[in-house]
Design a protein around this ligand. Sequence first.
Ligand code: CP
Length: 321
Amino acid sequence: MDILMRNFTNVHDIGNLQQALKEAFEIKKERFKYVELGRNKTLMMIFFNASLRTRLSTQKAATNLGMNVIVLDINQGAWKLETERGVIMDGDKPEHLLEAIPVMGCYCDIIGVRSFARFESREDDYNEIIINQFIRYSGRPVFSMEAATRHPLQSFADLITIEEYKKVERPKVVLTWAPHPRPLPQAVPNSFAEWMNETDYEFVITHPQGYELDPVFVGKAKVEYDQLKAFEGADFIYAKSWAAYTGDKYGQVLSMDRSWTVSDRQMGLTRNAYFMHCLPVRRNMIVTDDVIESPQSLVIPEAANREISATVVLKRMLQSL
Ligand code: CP
């Protein structure tokens, strides 16, 4: 029986994770099995922000399913868009998102949107005002290619990767903050936590004081401020930098402490853990050359699984049209 999915923005949209994983492994064995499903259907991919993996893997997934693909980079070649309602448009933005969205919807069957947190207002970011306007006004099914608070295609690929490499039924998975020179959104760590909380893995989050994530995403995870203690006995280390979430520090870099950079010093405390990162990664800020180049590094298989997670999601959306 086909599983219906209108939109895909978070873990709850995918439903039963075991079923989703079963479909992922089926597609991994035979990735063109559903090539007829997307015949004469068009995917529109809309990027407000840059991308390498999401752009390529989602386009490949659509090709696996026989779809046509249109890619639009909003900041390159399209009119600059006003996103606030009520603004007197006498500035440098000649088109409003409220007209642009339904127009885009006229030319496709499914829309993917990438729109990062802007760090201007936590309320706006956490209300997901951009992707929610696409859901409301496009008239089309919409999926997230990383929104302000979540990156579900990445998290699904991460889950597939952990399932492929785990050596014990209930591995210890540690999400660790790492330093970065620029403030990065919380979308990847939020989303990873959201998906890990739906598994029965032992899940630990470690970060310096001040980098607490939204409790909605932390859920039942154990928070450990001592990174070395968190790494003890870990089977998977998932590194990511993020800017502060709490209070008036929202969107700020609070620390550049390179003792948090993942190196052999911390990895030596684990149970020969695998290293994971969504990429792109800044070497010797987030992780040392030695760790990312080691046989335990899963960054490339993780990226490869982005094609699989996107194929499952698009397949379900096509089956729901
Ligand atoms: N991991 C990820 O989403 O990569 P891109 O930003 O390159 O798409």
